[in-house]
Design a protein around this ligand. Structure first.
Ligand code: ADP
Length: 197
């Protein structure tokens, strides 16, 4: 599924983020930037030891923040490492920290002049964030950022399973509907979100 938000393409696909050819891919890292399982392990395996070397020099990254390294052997030129919250019960700032993880990744991208970026579903694996809620926060945060910054030109979510993709798609459909019903003037209703093939 692919939509336009102003002049930015927002796309949802199923795939392996290590194979993405966007300028940057985002890693769901841990606060020590120490590597691990899930998407983090896959990125370091595919990207080679140079990424870890750079991570060691940086030292760490608190939840909600992001840092950048080169992409090593990946097709992507950069890896933006961000740390999502470990989900406890939803009352420990989890939504805010998750939104901040997306926001700080996008801020680094814009600062670096990165035009195309791919995200995994941050925190919904080992960190246990319920995916329906995480999808809403992820997509809302990306849309708000795109609207206010008019950048980057492509934001892609690379989901790892059919189920995850379906949840992100349903959530995006709902957000579009809500957005349309909240906009009163007809012109912006029809041009805000335009589905592309
Ligand atoms: P976290 O610790 O932030 O929860 P995980 O890596 O455990 O991070 O999981 C985040 C999401 O990334 C999960 O939905 C998982 O299925 C997905 N994932 C794992 N490997 C890949 C990959 N190669 N490409 C894209 N997504 C992946």
């Amino acid at each position: 599924m692919q939509i336009m938000v102003n002049s930015t393409t927002l796309s949802l696909i199923k795939g392996d983020i290590t194979q993405e050819e966007t300028d940057a891919i985002v890693n769901a890292a841990n606060a020590r930037l120490a590597g691990g399982g899930g998407v983090d392990g896959a990125i370091h395996r595919a990207g080679g030891p140079k990424i870890m070397e750079e991570c060691r020099k940086i030292g760490g990254c608190p939840a909600g923040s992001a840092v950048i390294t080169t992409g090593g052997n990946l097709k992507a030129k950069y890896v933006i490492h961000t740390v999502g919250p470990i989900y406890r019960d939803g009352r420990h700032d989890e939504p805010k920290l998750l939104a901040n993880a997306y926001k700080s990744s996008l801020e680094i991208a814009v600062k670096k002049g990165i035009k195309t970026i791919a995200f995994p579903s941050i925190s919904t694996g080992a960190y246990g964030y319920p995916i329906n809620e995480a999808a809403e926060t992820a997509l809302k945060t990306a849309i708000d950022f795109i609207k206010s910054h008019k950048m980057p030109s492509l934001v892609r979510f690379v989901l790892f399973s059919d189920r995850d993709l379906e949840i992100y798609e349903k959530t995006l459909e709902r957000l579009i509907k809500e957005e349309r019903s909240g906009v009163s003037d007809e012109a912006s209703k029809s041009c805000y979100f335009k589905k592309t093939p």
